[in-house]
Design a protein around this ligand. Structure first.
Ligand SMILES: [Zn+2]
Length: 382
């Protein structure tokens, strides 16, 4: 549905190939381009492929731990010092409060100025009982964040970039809320000027970028769980708008991120508190949340962005004219990919040939452009 041309020029790195000349003259220098969008798709396969990948990664499962180890190995392999932040959370199991453990993974690349942009992508998945392998939610975001980390390790940056990979998002934003609470107590958010949340960045029909909600009440319960109130809350659109501009610069006006239209309860371009950006908005940081879905569908509960596609495979019957199910009383699928049997690489490729790789590549290239160019943040800071 969305097609674009990628800007590869910014992704070139020089690799010196010595002694290749047949005439034995001076060493030949050759520029080899590494495409970090392609790298991201390799990482997505390692994460979510049914046979060769890790597969489903339910919060606090053995597979979540395995994914954490995979993240650690990748990031240390790129040359980062990886901070592993363990945390616990309590969930009811058969009516009994039960304590679970998980880990957050954090790396930082220093920039020229002591201001920090934070990029986050949760690494757990859910819906494995329905057959989900978490390819879009959130293998795509994790893979993109890992490829971006790889690129940034060898790149001069205007600002610090901190990459946070939280665990246990799907059962209560546990990793990111723990991170924010701990970071606030230690002053580790003092220099953070923007936060980008990657959650389901590929798969759905349209790639959106959102800001926090202009009504604090939408975030109140999350903020109060951190001991924060409205005086701390940040609803600025600066980083969302900077992301939008970077998308125009990289893939063009026709393919840029989309700002969703005004919907019941959600003003134009604003989102709720259901993903890892929430704690950061509570802590006073402007956020941008990227997700691929479709707000043009009148889904199970209205125009709420929970139907990700009009593709007939993901509906019992979709009526394009009325933008909803042919029969709202009998529809069971509702165009949903997240947490369903359709959130698998093979099913997504069958339904949308080439789409996920294009969306993931675009996201990687847009965020690399953003993080490597001071101008977006000078604009953002007015
Ligand atoms: Zn998610």
């Amino acid at each position: 549905m969305r097609r674009g041309i990628f800007c590869y020029s910014a992704l070139a790195i020089a690799i010196t190939l010595a002694g290749c000349n047949s005439d034995n003259s001076t060493d030949d220098e050759k520029t080899v381009e590494i495409d970090y969008g392609v790298k991201a798709m390799e990482y997505l396969t390692e994460i979510a492929d049914e046979t060769t990948g890790i597969g489903a990664r339910e919060a606090s499962s053995q597979q979540e731990i395995q994914t954490g180890n995979w993240i650690y190995d990748k990031l240390t392999g790129f040359g980062y010092d990886v901070l592993v932040q363990p945390f616990t959370y309590v969930k009811k199991v058969e009516g009994v409060d039960t304590t679970f453990i998980s880990n957050n993974y954090i790396v930082e690349k220093k920039g020229a100025q002591d201001k920090t942009i934070l990029l986050s992508a949760h690494y757990d998945s859910t819906g494995s009982d329905h057959g989900s392998l978490g390819a879009t939610d959130n293998g795509a975001g994790l893979a993109a964040a890992i490829a971006i980390a790889e690129k940034l390790q060898t790149t001069d940056l205007p600002y610090n970039v901190r990459i946070l990979l939280p665990g246990a998002e799907e059962n209560g934003l546990n990793g990111s809320l723990h991170y924010v609470k701990n970071a606030l107590a230690n002053g580790e958010l003092d220099n953070v000027i923007s936060m980008i949340n990657y959650d389901t960045v590929g798969g759905g029909d349209i790639v959106y970028v959102h800001a926090a909600h202009s009504d604090y009440n939408e975030y109140k319960s999350k903020c109060e769980s951190l001991g924060l109130d409205e005086s701390n809350y940040n609803k600025e659109t600066t980083i969302r708008d900077a992301m939008l501009q970077a998308s125009i610069d990289v893939i063009g006006e026709d393919n840029k991120y989309i700002i969703h239209p005004a919907l019941a309860g959600y003003p134009e371009g604003e989102t709720g508190s259901w993903s890892d950006h929430a704690g950061f908005a509570c802590a006073g940081i402007p956020i941008a949340y990227v997700e691929a879905t479709n707000f043009n569908i009148n889904g199970e509960y209205g125009y709420d962005g929970y139907s990700q596609t009009t593709n007939p495979q993901m509906w019992d019957c979709y009526d394009a004219e009325t933008k909803t199910a042919c029969d709202r009383d009998t529809e069971t699928k509702w165009g949903k990919i997240w947490h369903t049997e359709y959130d698998k690489l093979d099913k997504l490729e069958e339904a949308f040939p080439g789409r996920v790789s294009e969306q993931v590549k675009n996201n990687v290239n847009i965020v690399i452009e953003l993080l490597t160019n001071e101008k977006y943040f000078i604009q953002a800071q007015g």
